[in-house]
Ligand binder design. Structure first.
Ligand SMILES: [Zn+2]
Length: 263
């Protein structure tokens, strides 16, 4: 199973244990701000009122990537990282989304400091059994690894900020950047299945747009090329390159990432 946090360790991914922690953090940092469910009835309200555990999710309306430019290396593999959400979207995230027919359908909101990239389902996915809920939770865990999103963000329990609401942390209003269009669960699940089959290739194609990346995003030495294979890459400068090395090339060191929490 793919995971940015511990890519080498196998887990039985009901890692939704992450959600109670993030619920608490969200309530502490912004108890006055409202959030919007991307599950159940899509309720809008204070985070304590709308946040639920994975076990209480009966249907999923969409999957969200929480993308914060502050978590990314300012001079890393993504190049210059604009600080304002709209510029960050136009220069960094939009080209990434456009490389995937599924991700290109995402709705994008400016959360105030970063972006909420939302794959909205044409019809809510029904969690009518534990197996059905586990299926979409696994799909979410995989697909969330495709974008340079917050490695600590929850999966199907994630809540977004409603358009027009205030982000009290910086006084910004949440704005719609692009409305996107609906996706089917089958499309998103297929994306996850293809990602698991060729993880290194798909991640590099989405992030960097090719099978021969110049210069290599890991060593970034002049004249180097990263040649992309299914599960790893090769660079004449740094040798064999693995998925965790690609992620490390994107994010600030993990302590900074952990300290930088919550939009
Ligand atoms: Zn290299």
């Amino acid at each position: 199973m793919l995971s940015k946090n511990d890519p080498e360790k196998k887990t039985t991914k009901s890692s939704k244990k992450a959600s109670p922690k993030s619920t608490t953090a969200a309530a502490e940092t912004s108890s006055l701000d409202v959030r919007e469910q991307l599950f159940n009835e899509g309720l809008i309200g204070p985070v304590r009122a709308v946040q639920v555990s994975a076990a209480r999710i009966t249907q999923v309306r969409g999957l969200m990537f929480d993308v914060d430019p502050g978590l990314l290396k300012p001079d890393g593999a993504m190049g210059e990282i604009p600080a304002t959400p709209v510029n960050f979207y136009e220069r960094v995230i939009r080209p990434i989304l456009d490389r995937s027919p599924v991700l290109a359908k995402a709705e994008v909101r400016s959360s105030g400091t970063g972006l909420h990239v939302i794959l909205g389902f044409d019809a809510p996915y029904q969690c009518d059994s534990d197996a059905a809920r586990e299926d979409i939770a696994r799909v979410a865990d995989v697909v969330l690894c495709l974008l340079p999103s917050d490695p600590m963000q929850p999966g199907i329990t994630a809540v977004t900020r409603p358009i027009g609401s205030l982000n009290s942390k910086n006084g910004a209003t949440v704005e719609l950047i692009t409305p996107g269009e609906p996706v089917t669960y089958t499309e998103v699940r297929d994306l996850a299945v293809r990602f698991v089959a060729s993880p290194f290739r798909m991640l590099c194609e989405v992030l960097f747009g090719g099978e021969r990346i110049r210069p290599c995003p890991v060593c970034r030495e002049a004249e180097t090329t990263l040649v992309v294979q299914e599960h790893y890459g090769n660079c004449y400068g740094c040798g064999k390159v693995t998925l965790p090395q690609i992620w490390n090339s994107l994010y600030r060191v993990s302590k900074e990432v952990n300290d930088g929490q919550e939009e």
